[in-house]
Design a protein around this ligand. Sequence first.
Ligand code: SF4
Length: 158
Amino acid sequence: MQRGEHLLALTTDHQHDLSGPAAHEAATRLAEFHHRTGFTGSVVTDRHRLRRVLARHDPEVYPGTYAICVFNPDKALCRPRIPPTGSRSVPVPLDCKPLECKNVALIADNTRALSAEAERLDTRLRGGPVLPPLLHADLKRRRDAIGAFLAQAAGGSE
Ligand code: SF4
């Protein structure tokens, strides 16, 4: 799915499902984007129009597996870059820090992916062979950080 279509689907299907520190900002930007497209639902009736609206009024919301980036370069914990053909900086998803960055919003798919990651880490920590102490501590820290982050997001605190 193209980003424009993904954003429309977020607006229509996950509007009330957003959590995380940038949830409110995500909802505002997505509603504005949807309004500009002029579509009444998530069905794309004019792909050219959608591309035009995205090019002119990009909400700078980037859906990902573990988080939705509601990009604000001043808060970004990755190192935003300026693409060769663009004038504005963009986030770097490969360097994303979803547990710490204030630009993060979540939908259920993201929390499921994070929970699955925490379970994978847990399985690794409990299964053999015995891990080197530093690696064990690293994995445990990450598993616990994911758990704390999800609990905070579920509680609606920022
Ligand atoms: S760290 Fe992740 S959420 Fe934060 S700005 Fe970068 S890509 Fe977006």
